[in-house]
Design a protein around this ligand. Sequence first.
Ligand SMILES: Cc1cc2nc3c(=O)[nH]c(=O)nc-3n(C[C@H](O)[C@H](O)[C@H](O)COP(=O)(O)OP(=O)(O)OC[C@H]3O[C@@H](n4cnc5c(N)ncnc54)[C@H](O)[C@@H]3O)c2cc1C
Length: 376
Amino acid sequence: MRRVVILGAGFGGLELATTLSDALGGDIDVVLIDKNDSFVFGYSKLDVVFGRTTMDAVRLPYDAIAKPGVGFLQERVTAIDPEARVVTTDAGVHEADVLVVALGADYDMDATPGLAEAGNEFYSVAGAERLAQLLPTFSGGRAIIGVCGAPFKCPPAPSEAALLLHDYLVTRGIRDACRLSIVIPFGTPVPPSPDTSEALVAAFAERDIEFVPSRRVASLDGGRSVAVLDDGTEMPFDLFLGVPRHRAPDVVIASGMTEDGYVPVSSRTLETRFPGVYAVGDVATVGVPKAGVFAEGAARVVADALIAAVRGDEQPDGYGGRGSCYIEFGAGRIGRVDVDFLSGPKPTGTFREPSVALVAEKQEFGSSRSARWFGR
Ligand SMILES: Cc1cc2nc3c(=O)[nH]c(=O)nc-3n(C[C@H](O)[C@H](O)[C@H](O)COP(=O)(O)OP(=O)(O)OC[C@H]3O[C@@H](n4cnc5c(N)ncnc54)[C@H](O)[C@@H]3O)c2cc1C
């Protein structure tokens, strides 16, 4: 095994390239490909939306990557042949001994009629920037945070958006002129952790935020400014913050690797059914939520297996499906949930109460990744 081609330089791809370089340096040839020129942490989008920072301040440019054995290419992947392990991009063709697909999940705006025209998705970089421009013009009325389908990235993020929107409206002195609602397709905000869910539901109640569980937003009627839920219920709105339906990128679907929308893998090894081809992160069906910490954990497992193969060592243990997510509770406090998806018969989660100390811990989470992946 000489050449590892990693498609996607997000949480999974960056962690994989870094771990391989740290262990093997110039003894391995890693090609890391992404269509963008920079990485943005998912949670930074919320900071941008609510005016706590700007997109320029949180972008991490890929040209800062300087790791032995790793070459970054800014190219768009246009075709993947998993049988031959050959990737075509808008700039050329790349052959791999080991191919790792880490292309994340895309947003399917067309799956929710009216969302593109009447709603504001805040899950993409462009959407977050647009909403940051729009929010200051909102002067009051009914605001809905609505999820259009599961699975979606970072299950606590819509709850965080609701609590941060509350704070934002309080700061602007217009909270009393607004009604806030959150619609999510789960029975509770964070299903594997009843304690976390209870704390979030209590935080909604304290702030007079209406919580609509077990429903998804099926369409928006822009003419009447109404969100239509999957049971036909209509909710009028003046401002709609949407989480679009997700799906694997088109190029992954076209490669024939997907089943039910995502790439099936062994949840222990992250191997696909194609020899020498792995999939990590949001693009794969692993049995864990779509979140950066899980993409990163899966990437480490693949890296460890490849490092052991190069060194002729015993193969390491498989993926454990554990991770910690920080949750913005508003009022300058952050909580944490430690979840374990794969080691027991069912997922479990342990909640840490929101605190100021966890604000610092989340900052350290981001700055340690930035230093490790980008050297800054
Ligand atoms: C608002 C919000 C808040 C979040 N908060 C958190 C949080 O607090 N903690 C957490 O762990 N997770 C959080 N997440 C989720 C997290 O961002 C994702 O789950 C994580 O980034 C997934 O990592 P990944 O490597 O699978 O994919 P990604 O990080 O999405 O990376 C995929 C990469 O593939 C590239 N790509 C896609 N298609 C192509 C193509 N055709 N050619 C070339 N490149 C391509 C993309 O440009 C991208 O860089 C949040 C997400 C959002 C939207």
